[in-house]
Design a protein around this ligand. Structure first.
Ligand SMILES: [Zn+2]
Length: 400
């Protein structure tokens, strides 16, 4: 069996390790995650890696070497009703390449980190595992409770981690050569370009907000059209403006993904409409300009319709550039493997965002079918995985 086929077989085996029988869901510090660690830890040992778990519950396989350490990794947790490649592919690709290179001397050490929680499904804490490794774990997270009332501290203790020693999970930036993550693209760009793999230039920044229009509820039959303060009609006008503003600014993506209407009845004029807003761009300046435009549009619409605007900023993350040096080395490896080094931005967040606080980062994207992810239909081609493995192997060899 080819290495790529074996990686896909392992992805399939991991895809069967779930908290639920009918769909894949594997959250932080659950028995399903423990079962996944048994499998992945075994594969790490087969590849000659020395296996340990840190206090935050991350699974780590180390290959010793002189000098500094290169970190390879991705996450083993999933969203609810997940596909089998988002996360595990990066972990299993790293293990497979190191297994293939076991008899080759490298002048540096390598650690494969399988992060315990990236999606944040159980506690709402995105990049939890990599934040601990990067020394950015917020102690207050330990008090968060999941839907069953189990605190993170208790879950971690039951899992075998140590909530009192989270700080010990942090690596030191000066000990590291960098962090390289293989991940499915989760978008259609590589497929459109006809490329099996691509290297990430920037992980886009994000702004989140909750936006509400507050009008006045009334009888759908008796209030004339010119006397209405319809919150949902205001929201509808604004949602169309969101799309238009994003289309005007090259590279901007803006999404209203949820809307709640109050009171929500056939025969009642909507008194309130509340929405989520998600805006992303590789340039922090362009993203902030887009947000300012969207807010101005919302104010204009609210004023003209005599409804109130409630704009609740829910935070932003800055765009994270990848290392030009590591990206060039990845580009060389892609060319050496016989492919054009396609460069693209990542619209999704990744563990690399947290790791960027610690060390230089690079990401290799693998084309996925129709760009679908966070969905059981997630699919990658064996030939593309073979290219990714080849590229990673060349990259590791050249880094020597
Ligand atoms: Zn992922």
């Amino acid at each position: 069996m080819s290495t790529a086929a074996s990686v896909l077989e392992r992805c399939a085996a991991l895809g069967r390790v779930s908290e639920e029988p009918e769909r894949l869901v594997r959250r932080y510090a659950t028995p399903a995650m423990r079962e996944a660690y048994e499998l992945v830890g075994g594969w790490m040992r087969d590849a000659g890696l020395v296996v340990r778990e840190d206090a935050a519950g991350n699974l780590i396989g180390r290959r010793d070497g002189p000098g500094r350490t290169l970190v390879l990794g991705s996450h083993l947790d999933t969203v609810v009703d997940a596909g089998r490649y988002d996360g595990p592919l990066g972990v299993l690709a790293a293990i497979a390449v190191l297994e293939r290179m076991w008899d080759r001397a490298l002048p540096y050490a390598v650690e494969v980190i399988a992060f315990a929680d990236e999606e944040g499904v159980r506690y709402g804490t995105t990049f939890l595992g990599s934040s601990a490794v990067a020394g950015r774990f917020a102690p207050a997270w330990l008090a968060l409770a999941d839907d069953d009332g189990v605190t993170m501290a208790d879950a971690l203790r039951a899992f075998g981690g140590d909530p009192d020693a989270i700080a010990s999970a942090a690596l030191r930036g000066e000990d590291l050569l960098g962090y390289v993550e293989v991940h499915i693209e989760q978008g259609p760009v590589l497929e459109r370009r006809g490329a099996p793999v691509g290297l990430v230039t920037t992980i886009t920044g994000q702004t989140h907000a909750e936006v509400g229009f507050l009008g006045e509820a009334g009888h759908a039959g008796t209030v004339p059209m010119n006397a209405r303060r319809d919150a949902l009609a205001a929201a509808a006008e604004w949602i169309v403006a969101v799309e238009a503003v994003a289309r005007r600014r090259q590279g901007t993506v803006a999404t209203v993904g949820m809307i709640e209407v109050d009171p929500g009845a056939r025969n009642v004029i909507p008194g309130a409409a509340r929405m989520t807003l998600d805006v992303r761009h590789t340039s922090n300046a362009v993203r902030r300009e887009a947000i300012a435009d969207l807010r101005a549009e919302a104010q204009r619409i609210a004023a003209s319709r005599e409804v109130e605007l409630d704009w609740d900023a829910r935070g932003e993350t800055a765009a994270v550039p990848t290392s030009p040096d590591l990206a060039d080395r990845l580009a060389d490896a892609i060319e050496a493997a016989g492919h054009a080094p396609e460069r693209l931005a990542s619209g999704a967040g990744h563990d690399a965002v947290a790791m960027a606080a610690l060390t230089e980062i690079a990401m290799l994207f693998v084309r996925c079918e129709r760009g679908i992810s966070h969905n059981p239909a997630e699919a990658v081609a064996e030939a593309d995985v073979a290219v990714a493995l080849d590229v990673l192997e060349r990259f590791l060899g050249d880094l020597a």
